[in-house]
Design a protein around this ligand. Structure first.
Ligand code: CA
Ligand code: CA
Length: 620
């Protein structure tokens, strides 16, 4: 027995020596490019890619202590193979040498085992909750902190023209890092940006939703270094980072599309087939298979091929990329793009893998759907149906389109106006955690709120007061706080540059130079609401009670044991009188209140101007 062990040791030594083979540079690329020691998820499937070596029958070995090879897989395309490795708890950080043998020829590549992120000294994977306030921006359009990266040689899109809504403008991550004070002044706790990973596409690269490499930060935004700096800077201030991630599609110039391992990585159709964008075909009990298939497997656009998530190799690739991103960049939450076009069973497993590794992580999906029951289908809900989603939350499109917009734009009658806002919230019983829904007034795909409200300042003020006080996790869209306008036809008009983000801008929202009094006043108003929210237990963690609107007058409360806030929205065209007595369930014991915006004392009887909103902290 002992002798056998000795022989094994000797053979191992011989093999180890044989491993020292001449390297031919980085002929092989690994995805993920590294993993980490001490992860719960310690079974990693590495996708190796080469364009110079034939992998069709290659075998692989490594002698790195604590790494064992559990399997390998070849694809139709000889440029790829996957290697399943298991990383022992005892494995130490270091450089792992993989040696591939194909038809007697050897190639090696190095791969890293890195220490866990906690060494960076800041919290991460914290998740978000209703005490947070999110600021959402497009890095190409917010601020140009480094003009030297505006164009990068070798990338397909060499555009740079601020006069065009579809070309690159040069904004970057350094520009964002430079303005963290601006976010803090708004009471913002959390940053979300359109995707920051590489989009080496020929055009329309400003939005970031057409990835060409999921493991590299876009160089025009400053690359990995700038992203890590931003992440660390946010966390040092106690702020958080949401990463926008796309599981549904790749950019057409992604290497996994252009040089796919086999045909099963992208959904194939006999001829180009687009999704019909109607989610009903997924959960409708009367649906036809062809409609459901087109919804999920149809391509989002010709430039965004639909990823075949049902392929286990693809699922592994996406899952590992998400975990790797949290550990590498210090992400706190994911906003998942085009969620309703994904395979929801695969998404459940992927979400769970993230939760298993990071118990506090938070996933919210972009589910641009029609109606509360549709929206509830995609998140943790109280529906008694076979499919149970484990998604924490959704972007609450329904509360926008069937809630606040009709409340402020429609005439009040039996079925129209502010009653729609009340009615939509009354359906919250369908959600397990309605207050986790991410609520918003606008985003990069839709008309800015000031334009939606026909440029009415009083209405836009009402919208922000509502955003900061109703249930949910509020999200602002960059620039709308300084009354930027824009109608989403096309979407480029709602993606204009933030004023002051570029050297020489005449108007500067950071310094308030060149701003109109109206814009300044509005910015201060939003700052006041946001910073008040930051200190208000009732708004951050409190319950909500809403009263049935009467002729356009809508009253709701947010409350904890220690704080009660009365929110009054008068959508009537006339001023209205009201008193506390009508709302004794919540006003009992309170004699007066304070308007949190003006600081004015409010008695238990007061008048609301037409088209106005007041947020009143009640006092005894
Ligand atoms: Ca730049
Ligand atoms: Ca899909």
């Amino acid at each position: 027995m002992y002798r056998n062990k000795l022989i094994k040791k000797f053979l191992f030594l011989i093999i180890s020596i044989a491993f020292v083979v001449p390297s031919i540079g980085q002929a092989v690329t690994a995805y993920p490019s590294n993993w980490f020691v001490q992860m719960k998820n310690n079974k990693v499937q590495i996708l190796f890619r080469t364009t110079t070596v034939d992998f069709s029958k290659a075998t692989v070995q490594t002698n790195y202590p604590g790494i064992s090879i559990k399997g390998l897989h070849h694809f139709d395309n000889p440029h790829y193979m996957t290697v399943d490795v298991e990383i022992a708890a005892t494995a130490k950080p270091g450089t792992v040498n993989f040696v591939f043998t194909n038809k007697g020829e050897k190639t090696n590549t190095s791969w890293s085992l890195l220490p866990r992120r906690k060494g960076r000294g800041t919290l991460f994977a914290q998740g978000i909750d209703p005490s947070d306030l999110i600021y959402f921006l497009m890095p190409d359009r917010f601020s140009n902190g480094d003009p030297s990266n505006d164009q990068i040689a070798g990338l397909k899109d060499q555009s740079l023209n601020r006069d065009s809504i579809f070309l690159r403008h040069g904004g970057d991550l350094k520009g964002v890092t430079n303005h963290l004070n601006y976010f803090e002044k708004l009471g913002v706790s959390t940053l979300w940006m359109t995707p920051v990973i590489e989009n080496d596409m020929p055009d329309r690269t400003e939005h970031g939703y057409a990835a060409t490499n999921n493991y590299t930060i876009e160089k025009r935004l400053g690359g990995d270094k700038a992203y890590l700096t931003l992440s660390d800077s946010l966390h040092k201030r106690g702020m958080k980072l949401i990463q926008d991630i796309v599981y549904n599609h790749f950019g057409r110039f992604h290497f996994l599309v252009q040089d796919a391992p086999d045909k099963n990585w992208i959904h194939q159709w006999p001829s180009y087939t687009q999704t019909h964008y109607r989610e009903q075909a997924v959960f409708d009990p009367h649906h036809s298979k062809v409609d459901a298939e087109k919804m999920i497997n149809g391509w989002f656009t010709t430039e965004m091929p639909d990823v075949n998530q049902e392929n286990p190799f693809v699922e592994k690739y996406l899952t590992q990329n998400a975990i790797w991103s949290v550990e590498t960049y210090g992400i706190d939450a994911f906003r998942i793009d085009t969620y309703k076009y994904c395979n929801v069973e695969v998404m459940n497993r992927l979400n769970q893998a993230l939760i298993d590794e990071y118990p506090h992580i938070f996933n919210f999906g972009e589910c641009w759907v029609d109606g509360v029951s549709s929206q509830a289908y995609y998140v943790r809900n109280n529906l008694n149906i076979p499919f149970k989603s484990n998604l924490h939350a959704t972007s609450d499109f329904v509360l926008l389109f069937s809630g606040i917009l009709p409340a402020l734009n429609e005439k009040n009658d039996w079925g129209g106006g502010v009653i729609k806002l009340y009615n939509t919230l009354s359906n919250d019983y369908l959600y397990k955690m309605p207050s986790n829904n991410v609520i918003f007034l606008d985003n990069h795909d839709m008309t800015r709120i000031h334009s939606s409200l026909r440029e009415s300042i009083p209405k836009t003020k009402m919208a922000y007061a509502w955003l900061m006080t109703t249930r949910g996790i509020p999200q602002m869209y960059y620039g709308s706080e300084v009354l930027m306008k824009g109608i989403s036809n096309p979407d480029g008009w709602v993606r204009l540059d933030f004023p002051g983000g570029w050297a020489g801008d005449q108007k500067n929202a950071f310094t308030e130079q060149g701003m109109t009094d109206q814009e300044k006043d509005f910015l201060h108003y939003v700052q006041l609401l946001g910073t008040y929210r930051k200190t208000s237990a009732a708004l951050k963690t409190g319950e909500m009670m809403q009263y049935l609107p009467e002729d356009g007058l809508y009253v709701y409360f947010r409350y904890t044991k220690g704080q009660t806030i009365m929110c009054v929205m008068n959508t009537d065209t006339k001023e209205r009188k009201l008193n506390f007595e009508k709302f004794t369930e919540r006003t009992n014991g309170f004699k007066s209140g304070k308007d949190i915006v003006t600081g004015a004392q409010i008695g238990n009887e007061f008048t609301m101007a037409a088209m106005s909103m007041q947020v009143i902290e009640l006092t005894k």
